[in-house]
Design a protein. Structure first.
Ligand code: SF4
Length: 243
């Protein structure tokens, strides 16, 4: 699928992964590069409000203009998948989210997701939209970002992902103003993205678009989307990590 109109603003070069970044099975033991593992309240999906364990993986090939997770681009620590699973089990939540960075950049994430699904946990995967979601475990829920022009990353989207969504997957648009809203509105309507009851979230770039304005636009246009407030930014320090 070709990119929608206005998809070429703010092209930003991004680095290639180093050999260490792709060394994800040292000695045959699958491992993940992890920025942090922590408990918080889920805030950016239909599971908003539910206590959740977050596994934040290191590394992202995108560079969204408004990214609030730039600390995940580098650093982190290598952990065996078994160790990650042990930490998640210790924290005890039935809801687990893999986020980043971009969690689908690391192949070993699929083993971790499958194991947690087998244990009966609900697994969410927050993905930036540039990685193919086809390999994702069918039991996991993709929260797929659709990168709007204001992110500068629209031309990096894998648009085929819109055809690969499973019925329970959700879409998220983060909007930095009226221009992004109109672009997202056109895409939702032209592609009939809400067909089959697909859950679509519209949220605001923090400090750049007022949720009240977005609420008004959604109501005015009767768009089949949900206004999403970034709960963690309301509950905790907006710049805090591990929230
Ligand atoms: S995809 Fe997410 S982590 Fe990567 S640059 Fe964009 S907002 Fe930041």
């Amino acid at each position: 699928m070709s990119a929608p109109p206005h998809a070429h603003r703010h092209a930003v070069p991004v680095p290639e992964p180093s050999s260490e970044e792709v060394d994800d099975a040292r000695g045959g033991v699958p491992r993940l590069r992890v920025t942090e593992i922590y408990r918080s309240i889920q805030g950016e999906s239909s599971y908003a409000g539910v206590p959740c364990t977050f596994v934040r993986l290191t590394g992202c090939a995108l560079r969204c203009v408004w990214c609030d997770s730039t600390y995940t681009f580098t650093g982190g620590a290598w952990m065996a998948v078994a160790e990650v699973l042990s930490r998640v089990r210790d924290l005890g939540d039935g809801l687990v989210e893999f986020t980043g960075g971009e969690p689908l950049l690391q192949r070993a994430v699929h083993e971790a997701i499958a194991t947690l699904c087998e244990e009966g946990r609900r697994v969410l995967v927050e993905t930036g939209g540039d990685q193919d979601i086809a390999p994702l475990d069918p039991r996991a829920v993709a929260i797929l970002d659709v990168k709007c022009p204001g992110s500068g990353m629209s031309d990096r989207m894998d648009w085929g992902n819109l055809e690969r969504l499973r019925p329970h997957d959700e879409l998220k648009f983060v909007l930095d103003g009226r221009h992004d809203y109109e672009w997202a509105r056109a895409l939702v309507r032209q592609k009939d993205l809400a067909r089959g009851g697909r859950i679509i979230h519209f949220s605001c770039v923090f400090g750049r678009l007022e949720p009240r304005a977005l609420a008004g636009w959604i109501l005015e246009d009767a768009l089949p989307v949900r206004l999403q407030l970034q709960l963690h930014k309301i509950l905790w320090d907006p710049d805090a990590r591990g929230t």
